[in-house]
Write a protein that binds this ligand. Structure first.
Ligand SMILES: C[S@@+](CC[C@H](N)C(=O)[O-])C[C@H]1O[C@@H](n2cnc3c(N)ncnc32)[C@H](O)[C@@H]1O
Length: 211
């Protein structure tokens, strides 16, 4: 939720039209918190949100220590909004975070609709390393909630590449499960409830130590 006129000015320059819209609803985040985090104690926890958009997740949780709330995004407007709210925001391309390997670990890794299996369409080895790295960002007793946005880039011919397209998302599931994540397959109703609708190939939610 965008909270004041300064935030409206900041976020209107966002690259994605849905993020530039200051009236974007935070209801999906309220639903996610109710359904997955009702027993989760956010106080004193170090939390990372990959691709935070309007930072709705941070805005709704009970954690007053903003320095413990981390985010990575590449959009200058999103970065500016996070800094305005005094979160610990880093500029970065989520496609490459595994190459930097900064070894920071979190009590909770959250990511809604900001990573894509098709970034690694031609590079299975790198895909596996990427998901291994995401898993390594979570403390041994930490938790994770990750819902990728698995949309197909326009350069991939869908008709010609059906098998490879399916292989890519199946591998994403294998790599998360290898790292002890559980895969949830939300129903059509849940997809709507959690704000996971779109032009995407599948809608898995990968979770660890939740529920
Ligand atoms: C669809 S929005 C989702 C925002 C928020 N998580 C939500 O669900 O409302 C995707 C977010 O990820 C960021 N993002 C997309 N691709 C990225 C990339 N390659 N590197 C860094 N940030 C990226 C966007 O700037 C935006 O904040």
């Amino acid at each position: 939720m965008i909270r004041d006129s300064i935030e409206i000015e900041i976020i209107k320059n966002a690259n994605q039209p849905n993020i530039a819209n200051p009236n974007r609803s935070d209801t999906p985040f309220i639903n996610i918190l109710n359904d997955f985090f009702s027993n989760f104690d956010f106080k004193q926890k170090k939390i990372m949100d990959l691709g935070p958009g309007h930072y709705d997740f941070f805005n709704l949780i009970d954690n007053k220590n903003k320095k413990n709330l981390y985010a990575i995004d590449k959009d200058q407007a999103v970065i500016k909004l996070g800094k305005y709210r005094k979160y610990s925001v880093t500029e970065g391309n989520l496609k490459n975070i595994h190459l930097k390997q900064n070894n920071k670990k979190f009590d909770l890794l959250f990511c809604k609709f900001s990573i894509n299996a098709y970034w690694f369409y031609d590079d299975l080895l790198n895909h596996e390393k990427y998901i291994d790295y995401l898993a390594s960002m979570v403390n041994s007793d930490g938790s994770a909630w990750i819902a990728p946005w698995n949309g197909i880039p326009k350069i991939i011919d869908i008709k010609e590449n059906q098998k490879k397209i399916m292989d890519t998302i199946n591998k994403q599931i294998c790599f998360f499960e290898k790292n002890k994540f559980k895969t949830l397959y939300p129903s059509a109703k849940e997809i709507k409830r959690y704000g996971l609708s779109g032009n995407i190939i599948n809608s898995p939610i990968f979770i660890k130590n939740l529920l």
